[in-house]
Design a protein. Structure first.
Lengths: 115, 112
């Protein structure tokens, strides 16, 4: 039984560069979520997908951020023209629409450092 | 501003001691989740509570949700070094929302 996986686990980039993160949800989980967590804070919701449809986006998700889930399986989160304020842990979670308990299961996260 | 208040912010206990972490909201919670996070890692699901007055236990950890569904507590009995980490409460505050809001977390240190 594999959990949610994320790649890469760590990313260091220079300000202005683009970065892309990948999330592979638990098999057959049709809902997928992206959160951002900064040091000393709890995770903050960014966006979520049901299958390939992006159903909700937070105001935190500026125009520089884009998320996709083209085939309803894995998802990517891209940040364009990164800024130092984008430095954070980016967490992905998934859950089954049909589960009796509506639990979101989280991946290990991608830690981004923008220099 | 954080929508869920956790207390204490940090806690240092001696191995074997009991401890309680609290999570409070000014609004009704439609689903309350407890997660544990090791530094620099993802969140590990512990328990979920939905009904007022509900209580769940797993090994030495017990979580409760009050009758008004505005406060939850997480109690650890006979703490061990393996319990160390950051405990986060997350909740659905809108009823049927996919968006979880989280507290800032409680950092637990267990000294052997």
């Amino acid at each position: 039984d594999t959990g949610v996986s994320q790649d890469p686990r760590h990313k260091i980039t220079k300000r202005g560069q683009n970065v892309t993160f990948r999330c592979d949800p638990i098999s057959e989980h049709n809902r997928l979520y992206w959160y951002r967590q900064t040091l000393g804070q709890g995770p903050e919701f960014l966006t979520y997908f049901q299958n390939e449809a992006q159903l909700e986006k937070s105001r935190l998700l500026s125009d520089r951020f884009s998320a996709e889930r083209p085939k309803g399986s894995f998802s990517t989160l891209e940040i364009q023209r990164t800024e130092q304020g984008d430095s954070a842990m980016y967490l992905c979670a998934s859950r089954s629409l049909y589960a009796s308990q509506e639990t979101q299961y989280f991946g290990p996260g991608t830690r981004l450092l923008v220099l | 501003s954080q929508e869920l208040e956790q207390s204490p912010q940090s806690l240092i206990v001696q191995e074997g001691k009991n401890l309680t972490i609290n999570c409070t909201s000014s609004k009704t919670l439609y689903g309350l989740y407890w997660y544990k996070q090791k530094y620099g890692e993802g969140l590990i699901f512990l328990m979920m509570l939905q009904k007022g007055g509900e209580e769940k236990s797993h090994e030495k950890i017990t979580a409760k949700l009050d009758e008004k569904k505005q406060q939850s507590s997480l109690h650890i009995t006979a703490s061990q070094p393996s319990h160390a980490g950051i405990y986060l409460c997350g909740a659905d505050r809108e009823g049927g929302s996919e968006k979880l809001v989280f507290g800032k977390g409680t950092k637990l240190t267990v000294n052997p």
